[in-house]
Design a protein around this ligand. Sequence first.
Ligand SMILES: NC(=O)C1=CN([C@@H]2O[C@H](COP(=O)(O)OP(=O)(O)OC[C@H]3O[C@@H](n4cnc5c(N)ncnc54)[C@H](OP(=O)(O)O)[C@@H]3O)[C@@H](O)[C@H]2O)[C@H](O)CC1
Ligand SMILES: [K+]
Length: 503
Amino acid sequence: MKIFSAKQIAKIDAYTIEHEPIMSIDLMERAASKIFKWIVSHFPAPQNCKIFVGPGNNGGDGLALARMLAVKNYAVEVHVLRITDKLSTDAAKNLERLNGLNTLDLYEMSSIESMPWLFKDDIVVDAIFGSGLSRPLEGLVLDVVKAMNASEANVIAIDIPSGLMTEDNSENSGRGIVRADYTLSFQFPKLAFLFPENAQYIGEWEVLSIGLHPEIISSETTPYRMLSKEFVKSLLMPRKKFDHKGTYGHGLLISGSYGKMGAAILASRASLRSGIGLLTTHIPRLGYQILQTAVPEAMVSIDRSDIIFTEYPDLSQFKAIAIGPGIDKKQNSFRAMIDLLKEVKVPMVIDADAINIIGEHPELKKELPLGSIFTPHVKEFERLVGKSDDSYTRNCMQREFAKNNEISLVLKGAYTAICCPEGSCYFNPKGNPGMATAGSGDVLTGIILSLLSQGYPSHVAAIIGVYLHGLAGDLASVDFGVEALTASDIVDYLPKAWLYLKK
Ligand SMILES: NC(=O)C1=CN([C@@H]2O[C@H](COP(=O)(O)OP(=O)(O)OC[C@H]3O[C@@H](n4cnc5c(N)ncnc54)[C@H](OP(=O)(O)O)[C@@H]3O)[C@@H](O)[C@H]2O)[C@H](O)CC1
Ligand SMILES: [K+]
């Protein structure tokens, strides 16, 4: 699913009105009826609804919704915020349509003195501003939003919580943003929904389709997309009857150190559960028996060091390499990493301390083989790319870094973002808080190594890998819940995840 900017949404809206064709007031009616149906199914009548309405089309949606709810026996109060004399044309028409509805009370609010009391069981609808918000809130609107936020009522935001910008909130103080319990967004998720610091405003969110024109949705380009099962499935390569293990590549995993052999086991097992033909895991000497016992399918390459990574095997046989899970960033490992980067010609997955090493020695970036993939969490990202105060800025930095260094950059989080060398950015909707657990990242590295070894192009391996990892975590959480979920469970549910993905 594509994610568009506020400007693009306005363009898609206008195109739909012209080419469906549909009158703008009827498109608003369609949008409001989607919100109405959602409210009826989640909060059946009778209920007290207090709808706060702004001057634009978001307000127009709120007014149309008020009429629909009033007709269905909800007790509706409408509070039109008089911050300007002018309502948008369609908002004005919908205001007129409220005339004569006796189950509805209409108030004009020009000062906070007329703010109604909001009770715990009230449904409060935020229809003040939507995607047309152009600056932070102030004056009356700010006071109303503060009162809403101080209440215990159920707050439902139409399209986007008022005060939140659709994309960039780096200049937004956060003082005047509605804290919704539910956000019902039209047709597309907004970029701001995917950033952790905005979760407090958005609450649970849902996308409601309002039938915007498919032609322009498909032709309008955007760097941002939300991954879907259909999209990821379309990237899979079929397996053929006469394929053999050589067809699916031989990968090298450089992993583990004293006290961290578990990382090598998890990444190896994940790799083998994701279709790799042959796997060699390079580990420090002390891990030999551990690995051979825990993962009999993997071949083992032994470092001369007992405890850390200091050398690597002949690279000629490998189709892809992953380095990082459980390695340390001791000086000897750094030297081995320099040599490795100079020699390696196949795509690499670079994770954990291997990222930190490159972060500390940025000159190594020019040695990266074509098709490299970095898989940092936020702290590793900051060491590699730099610090930022907000997620939008961080996402811009991520896209730039991927473009400038011609690599794929996977930033792990609730909505893991995959930025590709040509500028696109994919967000993963799968996964759950149970996956914020030790070893989860090692599993992801193993999966991506496996896909690279099978010949998937780098950004495709990153996309499939991230989606599959989240999917396996979600399937595991159905049986184990989130607290008890471990990284091993994610590996154990990879078979189910593959089956589900291919269904
Ligand atoms: N997605 C769709 O296709 C549809 C969306 N609908 C709904 O329409 C809104 C977007 O409507 P729009 O009128 O463009 O924008 P808003 O309702 O958000 O309001 C814009 C007006 O508010 C003024 N404004 C903006 N920021 C502030 C502020 N901080 N303080 C005071 N006033 C502000 C703005 O004035 P400007 O000075 O910036 O010009 C406008 O007057 C969308 O979110 C959906 O809810 C349709 O109903 C269906 C199709
Ligand atoms: K809103």
